[in-house]
Design a protein around this ligand. Structure first.
Ligand code: ADP
Length: 240
């Protein structure tokens, strides 16, 4: 669908952001008491909650790996998370997102320390406004730290994309709907390794390189917000 909305005009985007500006991000950890680790994250209009359980014995037993833990990330969009009510339950999109997030998180966790175990990461999207896989993965990184799961690094995600021929950071809803490309990535900020990279739409090679650099920078900014949320939680706990 093509729209008449001008997504980029006079150096500004529809919501007033500059090309390399993120939406507002708020992260809080330790929000659920029954889960081993949890995180609530707002990213622009996205609202996501993550609950981590485990490591615990993987069930059914045939899913167990005798050498390492498995990561079961389950991404779910609530029926009320979008304007038109979304049909509840898993669909192709949520299965795909769950799979790529599981793989990205699995790379950061010391899985070999927990043979036959599963680490379950429930990602519930309460409100969706483009970029939910990045929001979910970023929140999952924080919730895994809160659960005390040993990791090489805290994985973090951010997208860049293209609107009206302009490469921009962190697409909003209209930009995602009517823009020409979206490139969500996840990285391990300490090593710089790329843990996830997906793209829809089209970009030239040069635009792709610019978008990738922009998304990596965005990940580093979000990583600082993750660390701040974790530090705040533990400072609070110490003060109790
Ligand atoms: P991401 O949320 O990671 O950007 P997509 O690009 O697939 O993933 O989706 C973009 C946005 O489209 C979502 O954030 C959400 O706002 C909207 N969306 C996705 N699936 C649905 C759906 N089934 N019904 C209504 N809106 C949806």
């Amino acid at each position: 669908m093509k729209s008449d909305i001008k997504l980029f005009e006079n150096g500004k985007r529809l919501d007033g952001r500059k090309p390399d500006e993120l939406r507002n991000i708020k992260i809080e950890t330790g929000v659920l008491h029954r889960a081993e680790g949890s995180c609530y994250l707002e990213w622009g209009g996205n609202k996501v909650i993550v609950a981590v359980y485990g490591p615990r014995e993987a069930i059914p037993r045939h899913t167990q790996n005798p050498l390492r833990a498995i990561v079961n990330a389950r991404y779910n969009m609530a029926a009320f998370s979008v304007d038109d009510r979304k049909r509840p339950g898993p669909d192709r999109r949520s299965r795909e997102i769950s799979k790529v997030i599981s793989e990205a998180l699995g790379h950061a966790i010391f899985l070999e320390r927990f043979p036959r175990a599963s680490i379950d990461v429930n990602i519930e999207v309460l409100e969706a406004e483009a970029g939910t896989r990045c929001a979910g993965l970023t929140a999952a990184g924080v919730a895994l730290v809160d659960a005390g799961i040993p990791m090489r690094d805290i994985p973090v995600a951010c997208a860049a994309g293209k609107i009206e021929g302009q490469v921009v950071l962190d697409l909003g809803k209209e930009e995602d709907n009517f823009g020409s490309a979206d490139l969500p990535i996840a990285i391990s900020p300490r090593t710089g390794e790329i843990l996830l990279l997906q793209m829809d739409g089209h970009m030239t090679g040069d635009e792709f390189n610019t978008a990738l650099d922009m998304a990596i920078k965005g990940c580093h900014t979000v990583s600082e917000i993750q660390k701040k949320a974790i530090t705040e939680k533990y400072q609070k706990t110490e003060g109790d």
